[in-house]
Write a protein that binds this ligand. Structure first.
Ligand SMILES: [Fe+2]
Length: 447
């Protein structure tokens, strides 16, 4: 059979891409609106933690980045509000300093992001979505949708830090369908890490390159509350020998005694505060809100270690049957409700075993969604890295005091979560939706 190239098929492909971009941008905006319309103006301008911006800053910053890239750069249009650029430049003002700036008030911020988005619809309509690298396959639009969704996850973290009455709700997570425990052995060998052909992949995920990974074992599931509680009960927070020197210094200085948002009642029972609601600790739920040092101490206690970034990615993407790396553990198809807990569909991690269809070919579960997973790796460029479209996205962070996180949490959207996606943060951060799983070298009899 021969396939005829119909006139106009390129055209309809471009139209489908345009629709997908519009849908992705609209989904991000619905989430932004949902996270900012549920609280009053006083709470929008308040700073709920010095680690976070006031929500009204995130809101206008989302609009400002969209204006800079899509209205001015891609669209070549006149600025909407060049006078406010400096207020919303994340590099000019630390989060702690942002409340003191002459920010747009909530009404102004909403009007501003609305005006920008109206112009973007027009730019999208007219953009060829090919030609220059910036618009090819809709890259700039995809980058801006990812940016908005990343701020939506940050805003969700602000909601978790906020005190007061609960304002967010979501349906319960699905129950476990299978029992998942133990480890999976990943055989030694080369695999392809990173990507060249995922059109919306960011600069730090590129290029694809071969990496030889010695054989290792990795947990089939993230560490659960029950597993972590055993470490707490065994005096994990009182035993300096389990912690690195820096980790112990931080544990003492910050007064860490349990994961953030855990509380023990008079009867010794543990609870977890989840967006303003106290719930009994759920035993089989992946644990969340620990910093890298806590993960490191737990690993030492368990006689194991955190996986390197390459190990994590190989466990997630490598298909031994074909030798190729998949886009996601389950294949190349986009995530859906049966595959991963993403997109703030639920407001907490789902218990281990809830997503058997999302497991990797080697049988590793819940790599995408639920919790970001700390790895042992620092944030460094891949060989052949090229900053695009601007140095401030990744380049300026390389080699800093960061650890890479992988996989995406229940608060991350699918547009900003894939097998190659790299997140990074300081090793002391724990307001992010981060947990971890462990790995270890193979014993001689296992090789
Ligand atoms: Fe940003």
């Amino acid at each position: 059979m021969t396939v005829q190239h119909l006139p106009g098929s390129d055209h309809s492909e471009t139209e489908r891409l345009r629709e997908r971009i519009a849908e992705t941008l609209a989904r991000a905006r619905r989430r932004t609106v949902g996270l900012t319309d549920c609280i009053d103006e006083a709470e929008l301008v308040a700073q709920h933690s010095r680690l976070m911006s006031p929500l009204v800053w995130d809101l206008a910053h989302i609009g400002n980045q969209e204006e800079l890239w899509l209205v001015r750069d891609v669209g070549g249009r006149e600025p909407v509000r060049a006078d406010i650029d400096h207020l919303y430049d994340a590099f000019q003002h630390s989060r702690a300093d942002r409340p003191a700036l002459p920010l747009l008030d909530p009404g102004q911020a909403r009007a501003y992001v609305g005006t920008v988005r109206d112009k973007v619809w027009d730019v999208l309509e007219r953009s060829p979505l090919r030609g220059s690298e910036l618009v090819h396959d809709g890259f700039a639009f995809g980058m801006i949708a990812q940016h908005e969704q990343q701020h939506d996850e940050t805003m969700l973290a602000t909601h978790q830090l906020r005190t007061g009455e609960a304002v967010l709700s979501a349906p319960p997570t699905p129950a476990a369908q299978v029992r998942v425990s133990g480890e999976v052995v990943v055989p030694a060998g080369e695999f392809s890490m990173g990507t060249d052909d995922d059109p919306w992949a960011l600069d730090n995920e590129r290029p694809a390159h071969p990496v030889h990974v010695p054989g290792f074992a990795i947990d089939a599931a993230p560490i659960t509350n029950e597993q972590y509680l055993a470490f707490v009960d065994d005096g994990g927070y009182e035993r300096p020998e389990l912690w690195s020197e820096r980790g112990w210094a931080h544990r003492v200085e910050a007064g860490l005694t349990a994961p953030q948002f855990w509380e023990q009642d008079g009867g010794g029972r543990w609870w977890r505060r989840v967006f303003g609601v106290m719930q009994p600790l759920r035993a089989h739920q992946p644990m969340v809100h620990v910093c890298w040092y806590e993960a490191e101490a737990y690993a030492n206690w368990a006689g194991k270690r955190l996986p390197t970034e390459a190990e994590w990615e190989k466990a997630a993407r490598f298909d031994p049957a074909t030798g190729r790396s998949r886009r996601y553990p389950w294949g190349d198809a986009d995530p859906d409700d049966a595959l991963a807990n993403l997109g703030q569909r639920h407001l907490e991690p789902a218990e281990v075993g809830a997503y058997p269809a999302g497991a990797s070919p080697l049988g590793v579960h819940q790599l995408i969604g639920d919790v970001w997973e700390w790895t042992s790796s620092g944030f460094d460029p891949y060989p052949g890295f090229r900053a695009f479209p601007y140095r401030e996205y990744s380049d300026v962070f390389f080699g800093g005091d960061y650890r890479v996180l992988r996989g995406g949490s229940f608060g991350a959207d699918q547009v900003a979560s894939r097998g190659t996606f790299r997140n990074w943060d300081h090793p002391i951060r724990r307001q992010i939706f981060a947990g971890f799983r462990l790995a270890r070298d193979l014993r001689a009899d296992e090789i």
